[in-house]
Design a protein around this ligand. Sequence first.
Ligand code: SAH
Ligand code: SF4
Ligand code: F3S
Length: 439
Amino acid sequence: MKRKIYIETYGCQMNVVDSEVIFAIMAKEGYERTESMDEADIILANTCSVRDNAEQRIWGRIELFHTQKKKRPEVIVGIVGCMAERLKDKLTDTGKVDLVAGPDSYRAIPELIRNITPDKPQVDVLLSHEETYADIVPVRTDKNGVSAFISIMRGCNNVCSYCVVPYTRGAERSRDPETILSEARDVFSRGYREVTLLGQNVDSYLWKCDAGTVTFAQLLESVAEISPELRVRFATNHPKDISDDLIEAMARHDNICKHIHLPVQSGSDRLLEKMRRRYTREWYLERVRKIREVLPGCGITTDVIAGFCSETEEDHQDTLSLFSEVGFDYAFMFNYSERPGTLAARKYPDDVPLEVKTRRLNEIISLQNELSLKSNQADIGKTFTVLVEGPSKKNPDELCGRTGSNKMCVFPDRIHKAGDYVDVTVLSCTSATLICKLA
Ligand code: SAH
Ligand code: SF4
Ligand code: F3S
């Protein structure tokens, strides 16, 4: 019987791809993927450190994995990913973890596993300047066979003062564009109809070789040229780096989805400076104007942090007014969580009381709910081409799929299936969904 590996994935989409890379590495060693922890020989959690609550969740999972180990002592329990990188042997010191592997150590996992003995857990958290897993074909774990994620770079060279990612993922490096293109062609030939190119800051993607350089805008156009039937998405853009070239390249290809995720973090210049984001509110608003001018109807979404060090009521009002001014289609909204070792943790006291953070966060959330609803209401009566992802979660007689601008549509349909393109007309909406009929 084949040995089995089970992985729970937390954190961002990059971790989803990394887990697929680990499955591929372990498949070569004869391990088969399982979705049941009870039958697994290896249990891994691919973890996130971006906020404290992400890590707290993992401590809970370690306890649960340990109950498996008590029943079946031969089971290997491992922590991989960002929390592995951050906490290193603090994880094995618990006596409940046999394996710790950081984001650049996945090729070493088979060897580490061979070296594990009951009193000798294995830790490898070496970061690399080169590793991109470019040659590894991920074992896809998506449910619908329509939408695939492709990692185009790793690490981050920015030093946003609140952020742990540069410490857990190491220096930025870009992946060979030929391997990205062949991966995109491969998934397309296997029936996938959408690829999302992933990096912490895709605008700084740069490949240098003897033949010259490849920028993100050029890479994106090459992927788009694979087929007009292949939709292309990407994330995340950085407001300081998003270029006119990119925005104009998006305009040239119908199959590049008109959606930009542009994390703003704060609307206050004073805090943006303290966060080391290296742009101002005015710069951000100018980038939004440019996007709207070149790409009418483009979805714009964001991330924001409430209650960063020294945030005053006035700073918070600046965030709210920026949200109203832009009218984001959607936002991921977080309370500031101090991360040990970051610049902010060393330099600035985490001095906004939790109740104040939470009150401000709730104000941003309720404003954003209104803005999302308004943005969706503005689409009533319009017709969009959506890529069918499968049956809608709430009603099996309906299908769901996204517009290019990344809005979720549901519509009654018994003919089409996942992977089909369908035109739908918007009849009504909630703040989260467009309710449609076939056009
Ligand atoms: N590379 C992306 C973001 C990666 S982390 C960018 O530059 O925008 C995803 C989001 O988590 C960030 O955009 C930020 O809003 C949030 N985040 C990061 N560190 C955080 C912290 N210490 N506390 C709260 N939220 C944080
Ligand atoms: Fe973190 Fe900033 Fe890098 Fe994004 S750009 S991953 S927020 S350091
Ligand atoms: Fe989390 Fe690491 Fe991604 S900290 S957000 S899993 S890069």
